[in-house]
Ligand binder design. Structure first.
Ligand SMILES: Nc1ncnc2c1ncn2[C@@H]1O[C@H](COP(=O)(O)OP(=O)(O)OP(=O)(O)O)[C@@H](O)[C@H]1O
Ligand SMILES: [Mg+2]
Length: 491
């Protein structure tokens, strides 16, 4: 594998700081080979492999640069150090130094092969950028070598770690694109990273999407983000709340009607599907849609043709459908309140948005985000007390993100000083009604089980006068189990 960074031979004096076996060392060293990726150090005495070092060059122009890296072994009479990706400022300064010391030659500074063509832009062998004097060199080279730099590291990662990294990249992309949406997504928990990643993936397709989640979890926000990230973003996003429109009007609202088709239809009107042509229709609370209308939606999904009420023909419409509900849709299908064929059609790609109580520390991140947002909108300063942060973590947020928004907004208004307490927030006195994450859930169940087991054993032993056989009968277990339990609970 060719080097990723152009390297120079030099004599750059520096101070090197590191810890080894609990002792701190500070030594004068010489960097004899330097690149953006690492250096060869002469003069290090107490190091071992994998030691982390901080190098402060002593050359003017570099005195405020700190290079942080790890020793990877002995090479060419020195110690090779690989730099971590350090700050942009330090990188730029080091690059200026390297650039000034590159000796022009017809040998590639990366792969070391001879270059025969006159001044090519890229090395014909390793294909890295050769024009080191280009002002944009660092930007271009960092981008062009990114995949190779990742590749170097991926071998050491498990598939699970790779998956998390991909999710993280997706959520970064989503954050950028959701900048186009009015509201931004907040959330760093694994389960929300997964939601961001799924949204990003499905946005690139034309699949129907079913978003499931409790009230206030961000179903509409997710639907809008999918639309904004899709090819349809320039076309309309039309939201319809199926639960808020009276049953009799919903069909006209969705499919439109022709003049005179019913009493009061003085003019023809386009329905939401027609209005969204080319874009996305978001059917919110689809679980509340009447059964007869569900079959019309199903027909539309099969034929992609909209027939206005009272019209003789249909019109081909191109929309993506995103639906959402806070009902247990599988139960609704079982109870025949929701058509199973429509469910399967919508369930092409489903995204479950977790409740806030299952998002770990996201409740605190969300509360802090909205505190900052509303304070800057209102031109005031407020902060949460430590007790408020604990209470935010423990409260179970049945109204999810919407409840966080409302409680934070209210607390800013009612708080009499800069501090927001659990009381002003309206979340005091709550214990962890619902566990925040799966681990805690398992631990607390275990604890409850142990407590009950210990209590039952005590009672059985006491009512049997410490007779193990009788206690075993009472509890429906073997005598050996009684011995083991006694030992376990030190009774
Ligand atoms: N992860 C998030 N980060 C920031 N704001 C969020 C997030 N999730 C939701 N919100 C905000 O919370 C509010 C409620 O979200 P939204 O309306 O999308 O929820 P919903 O699931 O559709 O609720 P309902 O079931 O009540 O219709 C909105 O103001 C939305 O912008
Ligand atoms: Mg909604």
């Amino acid at each position: 594998m060719p080097r990723l960074h152009a390297r120079i031979e030099t004599r750059l004096s520096a101070r090197c700081f590191y810890n080894n076996n609990g002792n701190t060392h500070e030594e004068n060293v010489i960097l004899s080979r330097v690149s953006l990726g690492g250096a060869l150090i002469e003069g290090l005495r107490h190091y071992t492999s994998d030691t982390m070092v901080v190098i402060k060059p002593e050359r003017s122009g570099l005195t405020d640069v700190e290079l942080i890296g790890e020793i990877i072994g002995r090479q060419h009479g020195g110690v090779a150090v690989q730099f971590y990706y350090y700050d942009i400022h330090g990188r730029r300064k080091l690059w200026d130094y390297i650039k000034r010391h590159v000796v022009p030659s017809n040998v590639c500074p990366y792969c070391g092969k001879k270059i025969h063509a006159p001044s090519p832009q890229y090395c014909p062998n390793c294909r890295w950028l050769l024009d080191l004097s280009d002002d944009e060199y660092l930007l271009k080279h960092d981008r062009e070598t990114f995949a190779a730099r990742l590749q170097n590291r991926t071998e050491a990662l498990t598939n699970e770690q790779l998956g998390r990294i991909v999710n993280c990249i997706d959520s970064e992309l989503l954050k950028d694109k959701s900048g186009l949406c009015k509201d931004k997504f907040v959330g760093t928990s694994d389960c929300m990273q997964k939601v961001f990643s799924l949204s990003e993936k499905v946005a690139a397709t034309d699949m129907n999407v079913l978003i499931l989640g409790e009230s206030g979890t961000g179903k509409e926000l997710t639907a809008r983000a999918i639309h904004t990230m899709s090819q349809r973003r320039q076309k309309p996003f039309v939201a319809v709340n199926c639960a808020a429109i009276p049953e009799g009007l919903l069909e006209a609202e969705l499919f439109g009607y022709e003049r005179g088709s019913f009493t009061g239809a003085y003019n023809s009107r386009k329905g939401k599907f027609e209005l969204a042509d080319g874009g996305t229709v978001f059917l919110d609370e689809i679980g509340d849609m009447p059964l007869n209308l569900q079959s019309k939606i199903l027909r539309f999904l099969q034929e992609r043709v909209v027939e206005r009420i009272g019209s003789l023909g249909g019109k081909k419409i191109d929309v993506r459908l995103i639906a959402a509900t806070n009902l247990d849709i599988v139960d609704a299908v079982k109870e025949e309140k929701f058509r199973h064929d429509l469910y399967y059609r919508l369930d092409e790609f489903s995204i479950g948005i977790p409740p806030v109580r299952a998002r770990g520390d996201d409740s605190v991140t969300l509360a802090r985000h909205f505190l900052l947002k509303f304070c800057s909108e209102m031109g005031v300063t407020r902060r949460f007390t430590n007790e408020a942060i604990t209470a935010i973590r423990q409260y179970h947020w049945p109204g999810n993100v919407r409840e966080i928004i409302n409680k934070v907004k209210r607390a800013i208004v009612v708080s009499e000083d800069m501090q927001i307490t659990p009381e002003t927030l309206g979340v005091s006195g709550y214990s962890l009604a619902f566990p925040c994450d799966q681990k805690l859930h398992i631990e607390s169940l275990k604890k409850i089980k142990n407590d009950v087991e210990r209590q039952m054993l005590r009672e059985a032993l006491s009512s049997s006068g410490n007779n193990y056989s009788q206690a075993a009968k009472l509890l429906g277990v073997s005598r050996t189990s009684i011995y083991n339990l006694k030992k376990k609970y030190a009774l």
